[in-house]
Design a protein around this ligand. Sequence first.
Ligand code: GDP
Ligand code: MG
Length: 187
Amino acid sequence: LMFGKARTCNIVTVPEHEPSECNIVILGAMGSGKSALTVKFLTKRFISEYDPKLEDTYSSEEVVDQQQVLVKVMDTADQDGPVNCERYLGWANAFIIVYSIDNRSSFEACQQYLETVTLYSKGLQPEAPVILLGNKVDMERYRQVSKADGAALALRFGCLFFEVSACLDFLSVQHIFHEAVREVRRE
Ligand code: GDP
Ligand code: MG
């Protein structure tokens, strides 16, 4: 009986929890490369001069693991740490917190963002994934933050950790954003 039913039924079922949209907010100190990373992800190009005060949200139709998703990226432009967080806390499905590996103070600024975001996210059902991201690995010679320091901070806040460069290959930048989508799907 069950066999007969299965053969005549051609409906493709998509699990209902699979989100077709994913809102990602990029946070971090000025100059850490948030806009460069966002622009690289969206256009495959590295734009070296980007208005540091410009905050905007961009959309891109992506295919992640054979599934379509509309990724929206809010490229923030905070000048003094996590203020007016309401504008993104409720909106975001995932958070990427960026520092520059050649700038110790940008790394220290991440802690405040991690505190704000993880405190908020822990109260959510499902939790919103958080990624700590060390940018500018092409500046290895001027490194001020070791990979171990980045990994330790991520471990402390229970988030993912990557290092990348907005001016090197596109695929490794794309990978970060796609990992955020995968994490959201997993939640
Ligand atoms: P934001 O304030 O976080 O949005 O930072 P921007 O994206 O505007 O970048 C700040 C500066 O760092 C600019 O001069 C960029 O050209 C530069 N920059 C951004 N990403 C990288 C990177 O991966 N490597 C290097 N060498 N410079 C970068
Ligand atoms: Mg910017």
